[in-house]
Design a protein around this ligand. Structure first.
Ligand code: PLP
Length: 426
C-alpha cells in the first residue's frame, strides 16, 4: 500500500481531525520579544555587522560551517532560556504552540511557500535522512545521485537501499569544473534517469567547489518527464539547499523541486542545531514521517517535524533569523554576497600561483570560493591565513581545496586584505 497522509493518520489511529499529540493550556503573556525589531531596516552594512558578536580581531571567512548568532537571535535564545529556567512547565505549556507557529510563518514568508508545508528539523542531515527514509519506493526502483552530493545524502541513500532493496545509481554531474555549464549538468542528470528512477538528489551549491547547480532548470525537465509516468513511478527531486539558502533570493516554488532540506545554522544565522524540510504540496505524501511529532503544527510539515523534547531555546529562536534576513532584504543579501565573492574570485584568478576552482559566473556560483596555492596543501594555506588572523576552511572531500566564504558581515576592504595575504604567498 502506498503511504498517503490519510492512511498514515488512520494507521496511527489519529484520524484526519487529530490534534497535537501534547495538549496545552491557554497561552499567558510573554515579554514582547517575538517580533522584536521586525520593522527595523539596515541603512548600511556596518549596522548589519554590529549585530554580530564576532571577534573583531579576525576576518571571518568560514561562515558556511556554523553561524554566529546575530543580536535578535541571541536575545530570543536568552529570553526562552530564562523562561524555561524560571518555570519550565508553564513556559512550555503557554508558549510552545505559538512559537512554533511563528517560526513556520516567518520561514514561509521568507521562502515564498505555505507554512503547513514546512517541517522543523535540527540540521540538513536530519532533513535529508527523514525525507529519504520516509520515501515510498519499491525494491525494483532506483535512486539517482551524483558524485558531488554530500556525505549525508549518500549515506542516507545507502541506508534506504539496504532496508528496501532499491538501488543507488551514482553519476558525475559534469566532466571538468573549469568548463562546466548549466546545460551540461541538466543534460547529464536527465540522461542518467531510467524507467526505474524514483528519486533524484542534487546539492544546490557544492561545498566541495562552490559550484551552483541549476535546480529550476532540472526541475523543469523533470516535470516534463513525469507527465508520462504514473504517480508511483514519478521521479521525485530532493535538493540539499543549505549553501544556497540565505545567499540566493529564489523562492522555493521557483526552484521547483519536490523536497528541499537545509540547516538554518549556516547562512541563515538561525540558532545552531536548527533546520527545516519543505515538501511540495503535490508530492509531499510520497514521504511519510519517521520520528513521531509532538507539536509540529498543522499540515504535512507538522507531521514531519520530529518530536521529543528539544533544546527549545534554540529551536524557538529560529523565527528571528528569518526576520533578520527580511530586515536586511533578500535581494540586498544576494547582491552583496555575489559582489564580495566576485571581488574575491577575480582577485584570485589574476594570481599566477593560485588556481581558482569556483566558476566566475554568477549563474554557476554563490558565495563559496575554492582554490589552491601552488606548493601548499589546503591545510597549509588555511594555517598561513590563520597566522594572519584570517579564518578560512578546507573542503572535507577526497580532493580537498582551500575555501573562503564571504558573509554579510564582511567588507570589500576585508576581501582586499585577504587577497593581499594570498598574493604574498607567492
Ligand atoms: C552540502 C552540505 N550539506 C549538508 C551539510 C551538513 O549540514 P548540517 O550540519 O546542517 O547537517 C554540509 C556541511 O556542513 C554541506 O556542505
Amino acid at each position: 500500500m502506498a503511504w498517503t497522509r490519510r492512511n498514515f493518520l488512520l494507521a496511527a489511529g489519529l484520524g484526519t481531525a487529530a490534534g497535537p499529540l501534547v495538549s496545552f493550556q491557554s497561552a499567558t503573556s510573554r515579554p514582547a520579544a517575538d517580533n522584536r525589531s521586525k520593522q527595523q531596516k539596515f541603512n548600511n552594512w556596518r549596522e548589519v555587522r554590529a549585530h554580530f558578536n564576532l571577534d573583531p580581531k579576525y576576518i571571518h571567512m568560514a561562515g558556511l560551517l556554523l553561524a554566529s548568532h546575530p543580536a535578535p537571535v541571541q536575545a530570543a535564545i536568552d529570553e526562552h532560556r530564562n523562561g524555561l529556567d524560571q518555570n519550565p512547565t508553564h513556559y512550555l505549556y503557554d508558549h510552545r504552540q505559538d512559537l512554533v507557529a511563528e517560526i513556520r510563518r516567518n520561514a514561509a514568508e521568507y521562502l515564498g511557500v505555505q507554512s503547513n508545508d514546512i517541517a522543523l528539523t535540527d540540521s540538513t542531515t536530519m532533513g535529508t535522512a527523514l525525507v529519504i527514509n520516509g520515501l515510498s519506493i519499491r525494491p525494483d526502483q532506483e535512486m539517482l545521485t551524483t558524485t558531488y552530493d554530500y556525505y549525508s545524502t549518500h549515506t542516507s541513500l545507502k541506508y534506504k537501499a539496504s532496508r528496501t532493496g532499491s538501488k543507488i545509481k551514482e553519476i558525475p554531474l559534469y566532466q571538468d569544473i573549469q568548463t562546466v555549464t548549466e546545460d551540461e549538468m541538466v543534460e547529464t542528470l536527465i540522461n542518467g534517469i531510467g524507467p526505474k528512477t524514483r528519486l533524484v538528489t542534487a546539492t544546490w551549491v557544492h561545498s566541495s567547489t562552490g559550484l551552483k547547480v541549476p535546480i529550476a532548470k532540472i526541475a523543469d525537465q523533470l516535470q516534463q518527464l513525469n507527465q508520462n509516468r504514473s504517480e508511483e513511478d514519478r521521479v521525485l527531486f530532493l535538493v540539499d539547499g543549505v549553501h544556497g539558502l540565505g545567499v540566493e533570493d529564489d523562492s522555493l516554488t521557483s526552484l521547483g523541486c519536490d523536497f528541499f532540506v537545509a540547516g538554518t545554522h549556516k547562512w541563515m544565522f538561525a540558532p545552531r542545531g536548527s533546520g527545516f524540510i519543505w515538501g511540495k504540496p503535490e508530492t509531499q505524501d510520497d514521504v511519510t514521517p519517521t520520528i513521531p511529532t509532538f507539536t509540529g503544527g498543522a499540515g504535512w510539515g507538522g507531521w514531519m517535524t520530529p518530536g521529543g523534547f528539544k533544546s527549545f531555546e534554540h529551536q524557538w529562536a529560529m523565527a528571528q533569523a528569518f526576520a533578520f534576513h527580511q530586515q536586511i532584504g533578500k535581494k540586498r543579501v544576494t547582491k552583496r554576497l555575489h559582489s564580495l565573492s566576485r571581488q574575491l574570485k577575480q582577485g584570485l584568478s589574476s594570481m599566477q600561483h593560485v588556481k581558482l576552482y569556483t566558476p566566475l559566473d554568477d549563474e554557476l556560483s554563490a558565495a563559496i570560493v575554492c582554490f589552491d596555492v601552488e606548493g601548499l596543501t589546503p591545510k597549509a594555506i588555511v594555517a598561513k591565513l590563520r597566522a594572519s588572523n584570517i579564518i578560512a576552511s578546507t573542503t572535507p572531500y577526497e580532493t580537498s581545496y582551500a575555501r573562503l566564504t564571504p558573509g554579510v558581515y564582511n567588507t570589500p576592504y576585508e576581501i582586499d586584505r585577504v587577497l593581499k595575504h594570498l598574493h604574498d604567498l607567492a
